[in-house]
Design a protein around this ligand. Sequence first.
Ligand SMILES: Nc1ncnc2c1ncn2[C@@H]1O[C@H](COP(=O)(O)OP(=O)(O)O)[C@@H](O)[C@H]1O
Ligand SMILES: [Mg+2]
Length: 199
Amino acid sequence: MNADSISLQGVTPLGTGTSRACYPHPNDPFLCIKIPLDDRTSQKRQSRELRYYKRLKRSKVSMRHISQYHGSIITDKGEGYVYDRIIDFDGVPSRDLNHHLQNEEGLQKILIHKINELGKTLESGEILFHDLNASNVFCQKIAENNYQLIIIDGLGDASFFKFIHYFKMIRKRTIRRRWKRVVNRFSRYYPWIKPGMIK
Ligand SMILES: Nc1ncnc2c1ncn2[C@@H]1O[C@H](COP(=O)(O)OP(=O)(O)O)[C@@H](O)[C@H]1O
Ligand SMILES: [Mg+2]
């Protein structure tokens, strides 16, 4: 093992998706380390996400709703990619939107408001997403009864054609269409979300 490499032996992952395991950073509670699974598709998805993060950085779009990327490091589980770990203002690890949509009846109004706000930010910032389900969006509690939605996964474009990055009209239309799909999925899973609540 390299002297500079970080050991993740015995560290319990925060979660595992279809292509990455996500570990708490052993030396910093506000960071996490994502390790792509050992297959070509997962590695490709990671590189694609990093390319898109670079593009966003260049375009100077607001990153308010996006978990920041802090570069790669060597770990004993392979190359890892460091991101902000989403933590509430009181130090408690934040939960994803699924958890809150299922469990917090008192929060319904504010969550709908925040989801609408997220949609507007994605549209106005022309931020592309391809896999925005409720487990890829975290609800960070930023004060009593106030939340900030943060996307932790699913940004960028998964299609083979690259023209979406160069043509504003196509990009805008795609974002609109994909957002409608996200919203339809929310109201299918959560019947209390009625059509028209989210624009
Ligand atoms: N920035 C983060 N802060 C806290 N937990 C996270 C963060 N990123 C990922 N996770 C947890 O790890 C899981 C897997 O990470 P994710 O990036 O979604 O992997 P995949 O690309 O395989 O879907 C998530 O569903 C979530 O529970
Ligand atoms: Mg995921």
